[in-house]
Design a binder for this molecule. Structure first.
Ligand code: ZN
Length: 243
C-alpha cells in the first residue's frame, strides 16, 4: 500500500493539485495530511475542499489551521503569518473553521505516527530541528516512524543503538531493527529549502521504502492569485524562491 504524505499546503492550490497528480502517477491510494492546510497563500477554501475530498486521508492540525479555526490572539506568529490568518478567517465558513479547529494534533496511521510539529507536546507546536528536540520527540513516539512538517524543510532523524543521526534524505529503505525515525516531509505550498518545487513523500508500506518527491507547479498562477488579494506581496515573492 502506498501513502502520499503531504503537509504545509498553505492554501497553495496549484502546488496541491500538481502534488496529487504526481502521487496518483506513483500509485498512491492513501493519504496523510500533516497540517497547515491554510495560511499565507490565496486558496484556503479550495485547498480545504480538496483535502477533505480525498479518500483514505488522515489529517492532523497545524498551527495555522488552529488559529484560522478560532478567534484567539496569535502567539508566536510573525506579522506576515498573522496577516495571512486574519485574511483566511474571513474567507472560510463557520463549518470550515470548526473543521480546522477540531482536527486532532497527532494520529497513528497503520504503523506510523503523524504530527504537525512534534509528537511531544504537539499543542506547543515545537520544531524538531536539532538533536536535542529530536531526542525529546523520540521519547513520545510509540511507532518506528513518525512524520512531521512545520519547518518546511525536509530532514531526517534516526535513533538506533543509542546513536542519533540526522541529515537530508531523498530515498530511504527502512530495515527491521533499524530504530526510530522522525522524518520531516517538507512543504507542498511554501518550501523553505531554496528549492521552489512542491515537496511531499511517497511511503510504500509493503516495500518499506520512502521517497521524497519534488514537483514543479504553476508558481506564476499561484502568485497572481495572491496578488489579486490583500495578502502581503512577500508571500507571492517567496514561493518563487523556495524560502
Ligand atoms: Zn507551515
Amino acid at each position: 500500500m502506498k501513502y502520499a504524505l503531504l503537509g504545509d499546503i498553505h492554501s497553495n492550490l496549484e502546488a496541491l493539485e500538481s502534488v496529487l497528480a504526481d502521487a496518483r502517477s506513483q500509485g498512491a491510494t492513501h493519504y496523510a495530511c500533516l497540517g497547515d492546510i491554510v495560511g499565507y497563500n490565496a486558496s484556503p477554501k479550495e485547498c480545504l475542499e480538496t483535502v477533505r475530498s480525498l479518500d483514505n486521508c488522515s489529517v492532523v492540525q497545524g498551527n495555522h489551521d488552529y488559529y484560522a479555526g478560532c478567534e484567539q490572539e496569535m502567539a508566536k506568529f510573525s506579522p506576515l503569518a498573522a496577516e495571512g490568518i486574519r485574511w483566511t478567517r474571513k474567507q472560510l465558513s463557520r463549518e470550515e473553521r470548526a473543521y480546522l479547529a477540531n482536527l486532532p494534533l497527532t494520529k497513528e496511521v497503520e504503523t506510523f505516527t503523524i504530527a504537525h510539529g512534534s509528537p511531544c507536546h504537539p499543542e506547543n507546536w515545537p520544531y524538531v530541528m536539532n538533536s536535542k528536540l529530536a531526542q525529546k520527540a523520540f521519547r513520545c513516539q510509540a511507532t518506528r516512524l513518525c512524520f512531521v512538517g512545520h519547518s518546511h524543510v525536509p530532514l531526517l532523524f534516526r535513533w538506533a543503538d543509542g546513536e542519533l543521526q540526522s541529515g537530508r534524505y531523498s530515498t530511504l529503505k527502512i530495515k527491521p531493527g533499524d530504530g526510530k525515525h522522525i522524518i520531516n516531509i517538507g512543504s507542498v505550498g511554501q518550501p523553505r529549502d531554496n528549492d521552489p518545487r512542491a515537496a511531499y513523500v511517497i511511503l510504500d508500506l509493503l516495500a518499506n521504502t520512502l521517497q521524497l518527491r519534488r514537483v514543479k507547479y504553476d508558481i506564476e498562477r499561484a502568485q497572481s492569485k495572491i496578488r489579486a488579494t490583500s495578502l502581503p506581496e512577500r508571500n507571492a515573492a517567496r514561493i518563487a524562491k523556495g524560502r
